[in-house]
Write a protein that binds this ligand. Structure first.
Ligand code: GTP
Ligand code: MG
Length: 697
């Protein structure tokens, strides 16, 4: 690859609803620019950016991939992002380092939930963007209606710069509304464009649209306004300059169209990316913190500034090892150099450094400010880290990824694979910021959590593929607990005095319930040494051991106060062991008489949905034993605060998505334990009994 300067770089994320054609578009752009000499297909599993085995199998993008290409003196770093909601973290990562985006919209489905979602996110980042209406060769594709949808969703700043020629099967080119020429594709490769006069039947339509483009250009560039008002014709150059100004400011969002799989419409798209989308130098320099100081610093995209680079994605490749994708913000990142990980306070040694095109490593001596590349074999560095010059350390803010929303218990199919599962999962943690693994100490299960069932399915597939481990997923066990509502007293006596040294322990315990969350209190009310001092800790220990398995369903017991108020001993036969056993017996007996109940974890849930889904959400929450705590209105959205039992919430991520077609989101965190209602409780106790009998068989 040639060397470029910062103003010749375009970091462009391809974003869309799932399946609009981002990967196919990246492929077509690579092919048209000559970066690859074959147009791969998603269906054939041979695209540059969907290179992962799981992506090929599922024919969807799972992780953001890089695709640099060269076009007329500009280096365009495409970032092909996933459209599937489960993998949204990778969209976030891509948009963090992109300077602009191409929003791909399907010419048949038009604006979809995912389009709105990525658009909103790009808005939050003030990201200049353009729209590509794809799949115009498909049956029922309709440019006019999709444009209409775009304008009604995203406002009148959305302007077409093209109009398609021919429909569906006969879609064969576009009218360039700036040049006012027809661009025709006739040889089937998409590589040759023939310029022609605009077909007569489109003339009327095209002039109407052109008028709007000129108007928008005049509005974007003050220097053109006067000329425009005096009804002087604007030059092509002037319009392009104005479009660039308008696009960078976000006042204009140009719309182009074509077909990725037909490789139709790629040259104008590449031209517009080069001419209208920003270089790193056009974007605000990022703010970072100097470690240990409060002051913020900016790092300008200049080779003279000290080095700073941000790691936006880590791949834990089982063969290549760890690959860190970085964007350099300032200074020049050089191969075979020392760099400093400011957050982790560790120096790292660089060997070879690369540009990545899909999985292909293209070696480079350096990565200049604004460019994106990959580093291998770093020891401590992962996603979210800042790399810099040790003499001028800086830390850029890490990314704010969403918390996982769905959990499953994971178990190897063959016993003995537990350790291997642990090692494999730890690898995924390195590369996936929205994946979590946790060992639940109460249920003894390993719980994996992620952004949706597909996300976790992919993890399962990868465990098999990369590490040869087969696992089962199941709904996690609820960590129920047991407690008492009443109080009671009970005697416990353990006595064995036949032959040899005997055993003698004897206690009286009183149980009282404690307020929720108080745990356990032990009270020693022995007077006159009826239970000798040295045995009292054994009594407490016996109680604690008995509390590990309650009398109802074997769950841990909480929120009880246990008082030892009487007992007796034997000078020879008493022992710590005997007192422990006596205490456990007394505890169990007392608990049975103290109105024992099951407790279940209650979660604080915050659900955000468009207003029209409110009714469904509330009805559904009712059936999940949820209690509405409040509502906070937002822009067209409502946030509903609910408390609901964990037992009812395991599949909520999936259900909410299907209830709201993916528009709803939720957050959940543990709140407190609460009594399980009688009917539910009966079921849980019966299930525990059955499980125990099964085990004892
Ligand atoms: N007819 C037609 N099909 C297309 C076109 N572009 C993409 N497709 C098909 O649409 C499907 C999805 O294309 P992808 O390129 O994987 O879409 P994507 O946006 O990358 O999908 P995700 O990464 O899963 O979000 C594939 O079957 C493509 O062959 C097009 O221009 N015309
Ligand atoms: Mg894709």
């Amino acid at each position: 690859m040639k060397s470029y300067s910062t103003d010749q770089i375009r970091n462009v994320a391809l974003i869309s609803h799932g399946g609009a054609g981002k990967t196919s578009l990246a492929e077509a752009l690579l092919f048209t620019s000559g970066a690859v000499n074959r147009l791969g297909k998603v269906e054939a599993g041979n695209t540059v950016t969907d290179f992962d085995a799981d992506e090929i199998k599922r024919q969807v993008t799972i992780g953001t991939a890089l695709a640099p290409l060269e076009w007329r003196n500009v280096k365009i770093n495409l970032l092909d992002t996933p459209g599937f909601f489960d993998f949204f973290a990778d969209v976030q990562a891509a948009l963090r380092v992109a300077d602009s985006a191409v929003v791909v919209v399907c010419g048949v489905s038009g604006v979809e939930v995912g389009t709105e979602k990525v658009w909103k996110y790009a808005d939050e980042l003030n990201l200049p963007r353009l729209v590509f209406i794809n799949k115009l060769n498909r049956e029922n594709a309709n440019f006019d209606s999709v444009l209409e949808q775009l304008r009604s969703h995203f406002g009148v700043r959305v302007f077409p710069l093209q109009y398609p020629i021919g429909k569906e099967d006969s879609f064969r080119g576009v009218v360039d509304l700036v040049k006012m020429k027809a661009l025709l594709y006739e040889d089937g490769t998409g590589l040759k464009v023939r310029e022609e006069e605009i077909p007569a039947e489109l003339q009327g339509k095209v002039e109407e649209l052109r008028e709007k483009v000129v108007e928008a250009a005049a509005e974007a560039d003050d220097s053109l306004m006067e000329k425009y008002l005096e009804e002087e014709a604007l030059e092509e150059e002037e319009i392009h300059k104005a479009l660039r100004i308008g696009t960078l400011e976000g006042k204009i969002i140009p719309v182009l169209c074509g077909s990725a799989t037909k490789n139709l419409g790629m040259q104008p798209l590449l031209d517009l990316i080069a001419s209208a989308l920003p270089s790193p130098a056009d974007r605000p320099a990022p703010l970072g913190k100097i470690p240990g100081k409060e002051d913020e610093v900016t790092r300008k995209p200049s080779a003279d500034e000290p080095l700073s680079a941000f790691v936006f994605k880590t791949l834990a490749d089982p063969y290549v090892g760890r690959v860190n994708y970085v964007r350099v913000y300032s200074g020049v990142l050089k191969a075979d150099s020392q760099i400093y990980n400011a957050g982790k306070e560790k120096a790292e040694r660089l060997g070879n450094i690369f540009f990545m095109r899909g999985k292909t490593q293209i070696q480079t001596p350096e990565i200049i400010p604004g460019d994106i590349g990959a580093l291998v074999k770093l020891n401590v560095t992962t996603t979210g880290d800042t790399l810099c010059d040790k003499a001028a350390p800086v830390i850029f803010p890490p990314m704010d990824f969403p918390e996982p929303v769905i959990s499953f218990a994971i178990e190897p199919k063959s016993k003995g694979d537990e350790d291997k599962v642990g090692v494999g999962l730890a690898r995924f943690l390195e590369e996936d910021p929205t994946f979590r693994v946790e060992r639940n100490t109460e249920t003894k299960q390993i719980i994996i959590s992620g952004m949706g069932d597909t996300h976790l399915d992919v993890i399962v597939d990868r465990l098999a593929q990369r590490y040869g481990i087969e696992v089962n997923l199941s709904t996690p066990k609820v960590p129920y607990k047991e407690t008492i509502r009443g109080s009671s007293k009970k005697e416990g006596k353990y006595k064995k005095q036949s032959g040899g040294r005997g055993q003698y322990g004897h206690v009286f315990l009183e149980l009282n319930s404690l307020p929720r969350g108080e745990g356990f209190v032990f009270e020693d009310r022995i007077v006159g040494g009826v239970v000798p001092r040295q045995y009292i800790p054994a009594v407490e220990k016996g109680v604690l051991e008995a509390m590990e398995e309650g009398v109802l369903a074997g769950y841990p017991v909480v929120d009880v106060k246990v008082a030892l108020y009487d007992g007796s001993y034997h000078t020879v036969d008493s022992s710590e062991m005997a007192f422990k056993i006596a205490a456990a017996m007394a505890f169990r007996g007392a608990m049975e008489n103290a109105d024992p109940v099951l407790l279940e974890p209650i979660m604080d849930v915050e659900i955000t949905v468009p207003e029209n889904f409110m009714g469904d959400i509330m009805g559904d929450m009712n059936s999940r034993r949820g209690r509405i705590q409040g509502m906070v209105p937002g822009e067209g959205m409502q946030t509903i605060k609910v408390q609901a039992p964990l037992a009812e919430m395991f599949t909520y991520a999936i259900d909410l998505r299907s209830m709201t077609q993916g528009r709803g989101t939720f957050k959940m965190k543990f709140s407190h334990y609460e009594e399980v209602p009688f009917q539910e409780s009966e079921k849980i106790i019966a299930a525990a009994k059955a499980a125990k009998e099964e085990k004892d068989k």
